[in-house]
Every structure is written in structure tokens, then in C-alpha cells.
Ligand binder design. Structure first.
Ligand code: GTP
Ligand code: MG
Length: 218
């Protein structure tokens, strides 16, 4: 599938989710915690920027100043503020998707610093003509926070789920015609570390070690 380009009708967005409270992380907002000197959310935005036309950050209003500071000098991003705090990541996806005019969007959690542009690019291709492309690794659940969605379809699916008081992040999938990208297909584009997420200080230290090892190997 040939991409239409930046002014075609095949516009792609990246929606970065950051509206959580990082309770397992401690006092600090993990979205802006430095990983080898770079705030985690900045790393995620930087990795998405080459493959999308439009970047949206979803968070609570109180987080905006520090996330703005973390993104300063980097790619342009707009903010989509949750109208109601703490309704969970799926509500955050819906808030973020409403901010873009793109037809398809990659949704990525701010705590996935190893998100892989080649894989996300592949997810956009796989989602084309469908409602979503969602990775699923062996023995693990759907990777809904590193997946590509058709924006209109996903907003509707999230709103339907929320209307029935359903907050599970996989709930919208019931309403989508989506393709599952299995582990073998993921591996053809990116290492599985792409899906690692940082919840604790220990996991941040592990992520730093991984980055340093990768640099040493270069
Ligand atoms: N908008 C929004 N995003 C959320 C919410 N809860 C979690 N997220 C985001 O969803 C992603 C995955 O969530 P978690 O890893 O549980 O992050 P968290 O909730 O900040 O951390 P914990 O409090 O330790 O669970 C992260 O990018 C969070 O920022 C929420 O209530 N609203
Ligand atoms: Mg949480």
C-alpha cells in the first residue's frame, strides 16, 4: 500500500497517553521522568515523529506545564485534556483521538520508551481498510496501548464501552473489525522489547541499562 503523503487523505496521527497517576512509580509523574537524560514522553514523541503527521498528548490539565517543558524544542504536539480525570486509559484514548483530524492514529503509552517506528509504520499499513491493527504477543494480552486505530471507529467504540460503564481497555475491540499482529509478525519488524513499559523506578533503571547496552553495541 502506497502512502498518500502528508497532504493526502491518509493522514496519520500519534496519540501519546499520559493521563495516569504513576502510583507505582512514586512521587514523580513517570511521563517526564528522565531516561538516560531524556524525559520518557519526549523519547516516545521523538520516535513517533518521523512516521506521523500530527502528534497529540493526552493528559490531565495539571500535567500540561511539565509535559510542555519536557517536549520543548522537539516536535510540535497538541494537548487533549481529559474532560474528567481518572476515567482510565481507554477514556484517554477517546479524548486523544478526538483532538486529531487524521483518519488513522497510533496510540502509544508514554511509558513505552522502546516503541519502534518500523513496527508502528507496519501497524499503519496493516490497519489500512480496517478498524485497527493490534499486536498480540504469545502468552500476553492485546497490546492496545501500542496499536493503530481508525480514529472514527475507535472513538465510537470507546464511547459505547464507557456508556455501559465498561472501562477495560480491551472492551472497544468488541466493536472493531481489527487485525491481530502476532508475535512472529512483530518480530519481523522490531524486537519484543518495544512493548516493555516502565511502571516502577526499578523498571526505569532496567530501561536505562538496556539503552546503555544498546549504545555499547553500536
Ligand atoms: N487519560 C488517562 N490515561 C491514563 C489513565 N490511567 C492510566 N493512563 C495512561 O495509560 C497508560 C498505562 O497506564 P499505567 O501504566 O497504569 O500508568 P499509570 O496509571 O500512570 O500508573 P499506575 O498508577 O502505577 O498504574 C499510561 O500511559 C498512563 O498515563 C487515566 O485515568 N486517564
Ligand atoms: Mg494505572
Amino acid at each position: 500500500m502506497v502512502r498518500q503523503g502528508r497532504d493526502g487523505d491518509d493522514v496519520r496521527a500519534g496519540v501519546v497517553l499520559a493521563g495516569g497517576h504513576s502510583t507505582r512509580f512514586g512521587d514523580e509523574d513517570k511521563s517526564v521522568a528522565p531516561l538516560a537524560g531524556t524525559p520518557m514522553i519526549r523519547r516516545v514523541v521523538d520516535r513517533l515523529e518521523p512516521i506521523v503527521d500530527d502528534i497529540v498528548v493526552n493528559c490531565r490539565s495539571e500535567q500540561v506545564p511539565r509535559i510542555e517543558a519536557a517536549l520543548e524544542g522537539g516536535p510540535d504536539a497538541s494537548f487533549a485534556i481529559d474532560p474528567v480525570d481518572d476515567r482510565g486509559p481507554m477514556a484517554g484514548i477517546s479524548t486523544g483521538l478526538r483532538e486529531t483530524t487524521a483518519s488513522y492514529a497510533a496510540v502509544v503509552a508514554c511509558d513505552m520508551p522502546f516503541v519502534d517506528p518500523a513496527l508502528v509504520d507496519h501497524l499503519f499499513e496493516r490497519a489500512d481498510g480496517r478498524d485497527a491493527a493490534v499486536p498480540r504477543l504469545e502468552d500476553r494480552w492485546y497490546q492496545t496501548t501500542q496499536a493503530v486505530y481508525r480514529v472514527d471507529a475507535m472513538i465510537d467504540a470507546c464511547e459505547r464501552a464507557l456508556a455501559r460503564d465498561e472501562r477495560r481497555i480491551v472492551a472497544p475491540l468488541d466493536d472493531l473489525e481489527f487485525v491481530v499482529v502476532d508475535e512472529e509478525e512483530v518480530r519481523a519488524h522490531a524486537p519484543l522489547e518495544a512493548f516493555e513499559n516502565v511502571n516502577t523506578r526499578e523498571e526505569l533503571a532496567e530501561a536505562r541499562e538496556r539503552l546503555e547496552t544498546a549504545r555499547d553495541d553500536e
